[in-house]
Ligand binder design. Structure first.
Ligand code: SF4
Length: 330
């Protein structure tokens, strides 16, 4: 039986115009940060969205929450097309969809005390009395492992790990259903990353939250995700269940990323796949398969034909001409 989907995105694009028009040319160019991606997230699930920096994953997270407007495509949350909502209707739905940023210090208002930071989204989104708000603030502080005596302190008085706990508490304050976690542990010391990851998991269970977890770190994504989607140069190249992905990655780019994870057991060590060159510019991405300029298995067809994201076996989607669909295999 299929579980209920909280989020579905279809053919989502975010192109940023760039002014490259010369004296003789009026042609406009675009940074194709997100270029025709589709996926879903089930209720209570964590989808890890991974890729190198500049692949478009953070832009995708912001577009999904309408912090940036999409260029094309559908974003459906609980069967409602949120791109079709007016700004007034969107404001009402904001409580359901929140974000936790990589740098908690930059995202917290330095002039507000922690108690005020947490009360603010409650005043906007929830119909609570002042007394109820105060109670909820204390409950959330407790949930994220912060002492209530900290309520009158300012963000600069906290460590990085504590600030990120405040960032998570602020996202929880409005009682959301979907949280986009945008590299939430990348700026933290390694020693506190695991604590914050465990907190994120505990809160998911307690509040039945659904996460889009964006990161460049495959070890983090392995720890936290139910399924994993890999992005390269604005496109999704692979989506699979977590265990299937780590045991049997299919896309050459995913294989290269996984080969770079350090393996402590020498017997398990695999050969490192070194990719040649840098990621091409998203202003002028390569024709055909976007990965063809770096792929060790490139064929002629890869240079002209864009591979579709197709299902190769149960729940495993790959965009590569080397892969056969279920129908082709049978
Ligand atoms: Fe490599 Fe071709 Fe597959 Fe792209 S489509 S990943 S270039 S083999």
């Amino acid at each position: 039986m299929m579980n209920e989907r909280l989020l579905e995105i279809e053919n989502l694009k975010k192109w940023f115009p760039v002014d490259t028009a010369g004296f003789f040319s009026k042609e406009k160019s675009y940074v194709k940060a997100v270029d025709d991606i589709s996926f879903y997230i089930e209720k209570g699930e964590t989808l890890g969205l991974v890729g190198e920096s500049g692949c478009g994953k953070s832009t995708a997270g912001r577009v999904i929450l309408r912090l940036l407007e999409a260029s094309e495509g559908r974003i459906v949350i609980e069967n409602e097309d949120i791109r079709a909502l007016s700004s007034r209707e969107l404001k009402k739905r904001r409580k359901n969809m929140q974000i936790v940023f990589q740098d908690p210090y930059a995202s917290l208002n330095p002039r507000l005390k922690v108690g005020q930071i947490l009360e603010e989204p409650m005043s906007i989104h929830l119909s609570l009395s002042k007394k109820e708000r105060k109670e909820r603030v204390k409950q959330i502080m407790n949930d994220v492992g912060l002492n209530q005596s900290y309520l009158d302190r300012y963000p600069h008085e906290f460590s990085g790990g504590q600030r990120q706990r405040i960032g998570i508490a602020r996202a929880l304050a409005a009682n959301p259903k979907l949280i986009v976690m945008d590299e939430p542990v990348s700026a933290l010391d390694v020693s506190v990353q695991a604590q914050v990851l465990n907190l994120i998991q505990d809160l998911q269970e307690k509040y039945d939250l659904t996460y889009l977890f964006i990161t460049h770190n495959l070890s983090v994504v392995k720890h936290i995700s139910n399924r994993i989607a890999v992005m390269y140069l604005g496109k999704i190249v692979e989506i699979a269940d977590r265990d299937e992905f780590f045991h049997s990655p299919k896309h050459p780019y995913s294989k290269a990323l996984l080969s770079a994870i350090p393996e402590p057991d020498p017997k398990q060590r695999k050969e490192r796949i070194i990719l040649k060159g840098d990621i091409p510019s998203p202003v002028d991405p390569p024709d055909g398969c976007r990965f063809h300029t770096r792929c060790p298995y490139v064929m002629d067809t890869c240079r002209t034909k864009t591979p579709d994201l197709k299902v190769t076996n149960k729940n495993h989607f790959v965009a590569c001409h080397l892969e056969k669909t279920v129908e082709e295999i049978n």
